[in-house]
Design a binder for this molecule. Structure first.
Ligand code: ZN
Length: 393
């Protein structure tokens, strides 16, 4: 078993997250990759279970039993990829060229998954007498709603849903695969997204005074929001060195029916990056009251469409130090890092599990039209993860 061989197989099996859209059914969802993973774990004599989270969408969990009294380590890698629109390479025909492996998911995050599987396989067949218990969770739906990680945390917290045979209680720590260039990611911001709407009164555009223009109202709000966004940096008392300041951006605007009607509606979509210490509901309320103090008309904040918490560096420093030590023996430039993107690692962290993010490849190569991973980093990640797992004796 080599990480490159496994990665090629994983890339050749489409597992696109449709991100809420209708896409080619033969490429959508994780079921084909889940089936492959079950076969792979079985053929390497690793216990494994497949848990359906939604129709066609499963988590696959494998377990290598360790010595009694040793810690339990959770390794997580998601099975889904982003869609393939506009790709300049064939997304599902892995291409090896100049030390790189090209294909959708090669970097995010089938490369990280292949490295974890190989490290686990090496541990399971090694002669090391004392070793930790390692549970590998291949999760679904990371790219949209993080249903897979939510399901695992739900089962650990005894909530409704499936209980996991192979992970019956909280693990002692978790490593989540994402492309970190072999750095150890200990913190990142979260995100909350929602719609804000203004209403007006429609009227014939020949006499606009008869109506109330919802777009003009939104323009007034947008002025305030722009200033608010600029001041966020200063206004937030808690600064977090690994995450940088919070941020707010308006990414979409829509409104009006046609040019000769005074518009009765306008809406915008807001993307607010949150610090790990911030609550999504609170930041929405803060903006809401800030705006209401400054305008004299009604507007509506819709419930959030996305809420992903941030990863706090508060409880993962021992784990980070351990993984960094293993990483430095293979890659001397490896360091502790804050990440510029969100992951589902906070789902585990908020359940009380010390969690870090680690993997080969760079986020700059993820989600791109010619997604690729450096094969050397793929192999280094495997070695690092194996040394990390062996460091528990
Ligand atoms: Zn990812």
């Amino acid at each position: 078993m080599t990480p490159l061989a496994i990665l090629k197989e994983l890339v050749s099996i489409a597992s696109v997250n449709p991100m809420g859209r209708e896409l080619n059914p033969s490429e959508m969802y994780e079921s084909r990759v889940s089936e492959y993973l079950v076969g792979l774990f079985n053929s390497h004599n690793m216990q494994c279970e497949r848990i359906e989270v939604q129709p066609g969408r499963s988590n696959v969990v494998a377990r290598v039993e360790g010595t009694a009294g040793m810690p339990t380590i959770l390794l997580d890698a998601h099975q889904d990829t982003v869609p393939v629109d506009g790709m300049s390479i064939h997304p599902f025909e892995p291409l090896e060229c100049d030390g790189r492996l090209y294909g959708r998911g090669a970097c995010d995050v089938k490369g990280g998954m292949a490295a974890m599987i190989c490290a686990l396989d090496r541990l399971s067949s090694s002669a090391q007498v004392r070793r930790p218990t390692v549970v590998m969770a291949c999760t679904c739906d990371e790219e949209l709603d993080q249903l897979g990680a939510q399901s695992i945390v739900g089962s650990l917290e005894g909530g409704p849903g499936h209980s996991l045979q192979l992970l019956p209680s909280l693990p002692d720590m978790a490593v989540v695969a994402e492309p970190t260039k072999l750095n150890v990611g200990i913190a990142h911001r979260g995100v909350v997204r929602w719609k804000l709407c203004t209403k007006g009164v429609a009227a014939h555009s020949s006499d606009p005074r008869q109506g109330e223009n919802a777009i003009y109202r939104m323009a007034r709000l947008l002025n305030v929001i722009e200033q608010y966004a600029a001041s966020l940096d200063m206004a937030t008392p808690i600064r977090d060195d690994y995450c940088g300041p919070p941020a707010l951006s308006v990414g979409v605007i829509a409104g009006g029916e046609c040019v000769n009607i005074v518009p009765a509606w306008c809406s915008i979509e807001i993307d607010r990056r949150t610090l790990p210490s911030e609550q999504a509901s609170q930041v929405m309320m803060d903006l809401d009251s800030h705006l209401r103090e400054r305008v004299d008309f009604e507007f509506e904040m819709k419930p959030p469409t996305t809420v992903a918490p941030g990863l706090s560096p508060e409880h993962n420093s021992d784990l980070a130090a351990e993984l960094l030590q293993a990483s430095r023996t293979v890659c001397s430039s490896s360091r502790i890092a804050g990440l510029p993107f969100t992951t589902h690692a906070p789902r585990y962290a908020l359940a009380g599990i010390p969690t870090v993010v680690f993997g080969p490849g760079s986020i700059e190569q993820a989600h791109t039209c010619d997604e690729w991973i450096a094969i050397e980093q793929l192999e280094q990640a495997t070695e690092i993860l194996y040394r990390f797992l062996c460091s528990f004796k």
